[in-house]
Design a protein around this ligand. Structure first.
Ligand code: OAD
Ligand code: ZN
Length: 252
């Protein structure tokens, strides 16, 4: 990784006061959570995520879809936030800086690292709800299998995630839009940047002249929008980005 990239990114960071951190599945990869486009592993390798994560898949076999999400929630519970999540949380504690975390991820690793997540654009594994009366269930219900019935109306609980073809939670989307509209820096971590409308957010930032720093070992649809690209994994790049440059080479 060239220090030019890191130095450039640190200059942008030092000059910023309103930062949007926009994250995708790569943010959680080093915690052991497969990215969305990694081949599904284990018992799910014979299933196409596009069918599981869809209203049609749900209508077709709600028990299978519920079990898939319960398995993912159980897996998230068994891992811990990585150094990248912790770096984002540390950035959020810096005086004089407003940091807004907008994530496409449905895990709770940003929260468990200490960040306040302003927008879960694609929902959350830990927000199951009744598909009829809408009653929100406790996060612990997300790992229950078989699927429990709604305690209020007896109807069917569904995972609290956004499926293909469903609209994003309006409050989360509006807060994300507002944060991007007020940002003077956007740090985009671990996303292919191809799923809309979420992928529109880095485009809006760049179009408004807001510098975009991309953190991703591979190039993506965001790369062309980025002022600086930190070509490496989040758990290494984000702590490096936040390292205090006043320290000497050996970190003291
Ligand atoms: P993807 O799985 O599409 O992309 C993961 C991105 O993370 C890729 O660009 C990888 O290069 C990058 N990556 C992998 N390891 C990384 C690491 N250690 N550090 C940093 N980056 C790393 O995941 P998303 O772009 O988040 O939507 O997918 C966006 C949406 O597509 C998901 O939210 C999901 C899916 O359809 C819904 O479920 C609605
Ligand atoms: Zn109900």
């Amino acid at each position: 990784m060239s220090t030019a990239g890191l130095d450039g990114a640190r200059d942008l960071l030092d000059a910023a006061s309103s930062i949007v951190v926009f994250t995708g599945a790569g943010m959680s990869a080093e915690s052991g959570i497969p990215t969305f486009r990694d081949a599904l592993t284990g018992m799910w390798e014979n299933h196409d995520p596009m069918t599981l994560a869809s209203p049609e898949g749900w209508a077709n076999d709600p028990d299978l879809v519920w079990a898939w999400y319960a398995d993912r929630a159980t897996r998230v519970r068994s891992v811990t936030p990585n150094a990248g999540h912790l770096a984002v949380a540390e950035l959020g504690r810096r005086p004089g800086v407003t940091v807004t975390v907008v994530t496409q991820n449905v895990d709770d690793l940003h929260e468990r690292a200490g960040s306040v997540v302003t927008s879960h654009l694609h929902g959350s594994l830990f927000a199951p709800r009744c598909q009829d009366c809408g009653r929100a269930e406790s996060p612990d219900v997300a790992v229950a299998n078989p699927r429990p019935a709604c305690p209020l109306c007896g109807s069917t609980l569904r995972p609290g995630v956004v499926w293909f073809g469903e609209s994003l939670p309006s409050g989360d989307w509006l807060r994300a839009e507002n944060a991007v509209g007020e940002a003077d820096l956007m740090i985009v971590v671990g996303t292919t940047g191809v799923v809309y409308p979420a992928a529109e957010l880095p485009e809006r930032a760049a179009a408004a002249g807001v510098p975009v720093v991309e953190v991703n070992p591979d190039s993506s649809a965001v790369t062309a929008l980025a002022s600086v690209r930190l070509a490496g994994p989040a758990a290494q790049m984000l702590p490096d980005l936040l390292m205090d440059r006043r320290r000497g080479v050996d970190g003291r």
